[in-house]
Design a protein around this ligand. Structure first.
Ligand code: BGC
Length: 850
């Protein structure tokens, strides 16, 4: 048996180094530690192939060394502060081989450190003090000569001009803000894209469709998300564009929200970690392309979100603790750890009791745009409105209020800003124009070379040839679907390749001779977008046009060698195959951004009016098919939870949620069903037993009060726990240790170690999750939830293999929002580590925060 120590943290920016094909640090006993690649930027951090970081393991004394290597974590465990400091104090050593940068080297100055041996470190010094705890990523410069010089030459009207776009634009391209050719400032081209770059040509140009963000969240794979960010930057350039309006960073407060698929799920830490990875990957410290996390803040319902000249946007009413911990927390993590170029203000209104947020729409909300973003977080990028979000139309008079509140760019056209005066509002206009120039200069976008590259030297074929660290864009899309699919139920029917289906057939032989894919969604995903579902997700602003899409039928035909694969819509045909696979997909009318007939889900089941393109609703169809052939496998290509109704779950022998799995979805699902690869996805949200468990939701409500608790924090007895997902193997957890015998200081961090063994028969990746429970005697306004996710990592384990996995959390991430800002709960806490948020599956140990 191999035994290893794996050091990582959710806050693990160094993990991104794994994106550069770094060795995974899986080292046989006694080998020298083999660190992952370090950062592209040796002084701090984003992953990639770093100069000094690349061979962390080799340079540290891990592995065979009895003195043990430094922590493999490098900046990984540094709370995501950019991995500046490399590994923490040395640890372990002993006799077994180390892990090196199993999680990738660190993206930090020293890159992944060496291996750690098998001995447990007690009283890790970083528990008392960790230098990287407060490090900030800085990408946006305010002193770049290209910005300073251009700004000094511009007239007031030129500065005002670059704050928005033209008065009229074709509906497919209202995305370009003005430039000032006389000052050598090109137009500023903004493009959507959480799942792929959205073309603005009348005949859309192609871009890779990866699995939607919700699926990528289910992978819990920040290294992969970093790579997705780099893919997006490559393709944004190829589409002659300048900034991507992504990622979507609104938590899934209630799963009926139309845009569930665009989010990274219900948990702020998961959301913040995935969003950080995406932005770091895209931006590459200024060498990449600008990103724009959206929608700030409280955008959690769609049909009355406002915008598009719609008066009366929904008012999100929220107390400050709830706002800071749940609705702005992920944004704050991304601001501090990735320094995004821009942030998009949301459409809705926000009211926060006791603050200056008194129901203004977000684009005119000084509390959000100035007090939080600037005063509290010190962020230097520019704020863009959501499209047509300010006021109620051109010349509405809201320009002065919105620019004074902190809006810098009104898109796509000057409505409120058309009423600004270059004399009366000169100071605000100066501030906004400078911020936009600063961002563009910080990414080199005001240089002649950039403009030439953008307009004449872009690589139009990159969607077919694009690579990130030697991995093709197509392969990245496939990986997002493979890792992002969640196995919710399996009574033993899966994997199909090992299943004996016919009476009398010898066990161990692959006897599945025929598979029938049934229902109206069998031939999805597809690229055609003419009508109904296309299986790739929303057709709202996150739509994109991939060059290909592999359907579920095509995927099985290609992967299931020797098996007859057919499709049918007729229940009676079900008996003609050994196995029936029923994909259930929502169309954008069922769950999709609230325009072009899109909107919030009306319910969470599949027996009511949705999906609309199914004449017999899926729940009834599944039950009817199961009566003919019990070997039914259901695929849920849906952005959020699907609850049970009409008893369909009992009639499905296996249930898989691939979400909208992107252009390679059919291949990924086929490989998973056949057992060519293992499942590793875990739910990024809670699946409740009934919709009422989630609290209230109104598709078209004029106000909504956000409760403090949602998701797993609220629902004690769900159908499927947050973080849950089955696989074809089993993992055993043991020996949870807190490596901080003297407690943790407020400048330090929690470090833990747990032993994880693959106790089954197939190799797989396990998502190890760390939750923290807080002392009950807190002074908090809202009592704490039972536990909160604070860290996670993916661990690869061969059958029988054991690894010791370290997870750490910066003390400052154990705070709550109180009367004096972020406050600690001194005293005894509990750390929980395990495979999901299910309390019955979690190991626990106490620790003290001093
Ligand atoms: C969406 C944004 C999007 C914008 C531009 C709005 O309707 O809410 O997410 O970036 O349109 O397409």
């Amino acid at each position: 048996m191999r035994t290893q120590v794996l050091t990582t943290s959710v806050l693990a920016l160094g993990i991104y180094a794994a994106c550069s094909n770094a060795p995974r640090g899986e080292i046989e006993d006694g080998d020298s530690g083999n660190g992952g690649s370090g950062g592209a930027n040796p002084t701090g951090g984003t992953g990639g192939t770093g100069a000094t970081g690349g061979t962390g393991g080799a340079s540290a004394s891990g592995g065979a060394s009895a003195s043990g290597g430094a922590s493999a974590s490098g900046g990984v465990s540094a709370g995501g502060a950019g991995g500046v400091t490399g590994g923490a104090a040395g640890a372990g050593g002993a006799t077994t081989g180390g892990v090196g940068g199993a999680t990738g080297g660190v993206g930090g100055a020293t890159g992944g450190a060496g291996g750690m041996g098998g001995m447990v470190v007690t009283n890790d010094p970083s528990c008392q003090s960790h230098p990287a705890q407060n490090d900030r990523k800085v990408v946006i410069r305010t002193d770049h000569p290209d910005s300073v010089n251009r700004f000094s030459q511009m007239s007031g009207s030129e500065k005002l001009a670059i704050l928005s776009g033209p008065d009229s634009c074709p509906s497919y391209n209202c995305f370009d803000a003005f430039g000032v050719p006389a000052r050598n400032i090109p137009d500023f081209r903004m493009r959507d894209g959480p799942r792929g770059v959205r073309s603005v040509e009348s005949t859309p140009e192609k871009s890779t469709a990866v699995a939607v963000s919700e699926a990528r969240a289910a992978s819990f794979d920040v290294a992969l998300e970093y790579r997705v960010g780099r893919l997006m930057a490559n393709e944004l350039r190829a589409l002659r564009s300048d900034i991507l309006l992504a990622p979507t960073i609104n938590i899934l407060r209630h799963p009926r929200w139309a845009r569930a698929q665009e989010t990274y799920g219900e948990d702020p830490v998961l959301q913040g970690e995935m969003g950080t990875a995406f932005v770091l990957g895209m931006q590459q410290d200024g060498a990449g392309m600008p990103a724009c996390p959206k929608h700030f803040a409280g955008n959690n319902t769609d049909e009355n979100r406002g915008g598009g000249n719609t008066p009366g946007a929904v008012n999100a009413i929220v107390d400050e603790q709830t706002l800071r911990e749940n609705y702005t927390r992920a944004f704050q993590m991304i601001v501090e750890r990735a320094d995004p170029a821009s942030i998009m203000a949301a459409y809705n209104k926000v009211t926060v009791s006791g603050t200056s947020a008194t129901g203004q729409v977000c684009s005119e909300n000084p509390y959000l745009l100035t007090e939080i973003l600037r005063t509290d977080w010190g962020w230097k990028g520019f704020v863009v409105s959501d499209w047509w979000a300010t006021g109620d139309g051109p010349g509405s008079g809201t320009g002065p209020a919105s620019i004074a509140a902190g809006l810098d760019c009104e898109m796509p056209q000057a409505e409120g800003f058309s009423t600004l005066s270059t004399s009366t509002h000169a100071a605000d206009i100066d501030r906004a124009a400078k911020r936009i120039l600063d961002v563009r200069a910080s990414f080199g976008q005001l240089s002649d070379a950039y403009i030439t590259q953008r307009d004449t030297a872009h690589d139009v074929n990159i969607v077919n040839t694009g690579m990130v660290d030697g991995v093709s864009h197509q392969a990245i899309a496939l990986q997002t679907a493979e890792e992002g699919s969640v196995l919710l139920k399996n009574d033993g029917i899966l994997p199909l390749g090992k299943t004996v289906m016919k009476a009398g057939a010898p066990v161990g032989t692959a006897t599945v001779a025929s598979i029938m894919v049934m229902g109206p969604d069998a031939n999805l995903p597809r690229t055609d977008t003419s009508s109904g579902a296309h299986g790739l997700g929303d057709r709202g602003s996150s739509n994109n046009a991939p060059p290909r899409a592999v359907s579920y039928v095509q995927g099985l035909m290609a992967e299931a060698t020797g098996v007859t694969v057919t499709s049918s819509n007729t229940v009676g045909d079900a008996g003609n195959a050994d196995i029936v696979v029923i994909p259930v997909t929502m169309a954008h009318e069922d769950e999709g951004e609230a325009y072009s007939n899109g909107g919030d889900r009306d319910d969470l089941d599949i027996s009511g009016p949705h999906p609309g393109h199914w004449s017999t609703k899926p729940a009834a169809f599944i039950n009817q098919v199961a009566a003919v052939n019990p070997n039914v496998i259901v695929l849920l290509a849906v952005g959020g939870p699907v609850i049970d109704s009409d008893g369909w779950m009992a009639n499905a022998r296996a249930i898989v949620q691939p979400f909208y799995p992107g252009q390679e979805g059919g291949t990924a699902v086929a490989k998973l069903l056949l057992g060519k690869i293992n499942f590793s996805g875990k739910l990024p949200f809670t699946v409740a037993r009934g919709e009422g468990d989630y609290g209230t939701f109104g598709n078209n409500t004029s106000s909504v009060t956000f409760d403090y608790l949602h998701g797993y924090r609220r629902i004690a007895d769900p159908l499927f726990f947050f973080g849950f997902g089955e696989s074809y193997t089993s993992y055993a957890y043991s020996d949870l240790q807190v490596l901080c015998t003297d407690g943790i200081s407020q400048q330090g961090r929690l470090t833990t170690q747990v032993t994880v063994t693959n106790s089954g028969g197939m190799a797989g990746d396990e998502v190890v999750q760390l939750y923290v429970g807080f002392p009950p005697n807190t002074t908090r306004m809202h009592p704490p939830p039972p536990r909160e996710l604070k860290a996670f990592t993916r661990v690869h384990l061969e059958p029988g293999e054991t690894k010791q996995v370290q997870l750490s959390v910066n003390a400052k991430d154990l705070t709550h929002w109180g009367a004096n800002g972020w406050e600690f709960d001194p005293g005894m806490h509990t750390v929980f580590v395990g495979p999901s948020s299910d309390p019955g599956k979690l190991l626990s140990a106490p620790f003290t925060l001093n």
